[in-house]
Unconditional design. Structure first.
Length: 147
């Protein structure tokens, strides 16, 4: 079976350092065994809708959580939100925006497009680890998604 069918968390992030920090924080806290990373918005949409290199993915198996950066190559995070939150197959997937942007316009646009949470990435390593741990704990362990 293709491991992309077993994804608990889909991380959409283009910065390799932020990818590594996020993965380390999640794994350190035993929050997810199956994390899949995509590095741009076009690949993210291919993943969601089982197109392109993900054409063999079972589209009915959705991640439990999406962690989304806003500033992405090809298609930005706001557009990804707009597309997935307007599609019946993907609209109920929780999306946490984890970004370096503190712009009020980004916060407003993210929530308007259906983000479930907006978190500014802490610059401090220890605070970043705590932030990712807490978002993982809430969305993977406490939150009750629809079945």
């Amino acid at each position: 079976m293709n491991t992309t069918n077993l994804v608990e968390i889909l991380l959409i992030e283009d910065n390799p350092n932020d990818v590594e920090l996020t993965l380390r924080a999640l794994r350190k806290n035993n929050l997810a065994n199956n994390i899949h990373v995509v590095n741009d918005g076009a690949e993210a949409l291919d993943y969601f809708f089982a197109t392109g290199k993900y054409h063999d993915r079972d589209i009915s198996l959705t991640p439990k959580l999406v962690i989304l950066d806003l500033k992405l190559p090809k298609i930005d995070g706001i557009e990804i939100l707009r597309i997935i939150k307007n599609d019946a197959r993907t609209k109920s997937i929780p999306v946490v925006v984890l970004t370096s942007s503190k712009e009020e316009s980004d916060i407003i646009a993210s929530y308007k497009m259906g983000a479930n949470s907006f978190i500014v990435k802490p610059v401090d390593f220890d605070k970043f680890i705590v932030t990712v741990r807490e978002l993982g704990m809430y969305w993977l362990l406490l939150n009750e998604p629809p079945r």
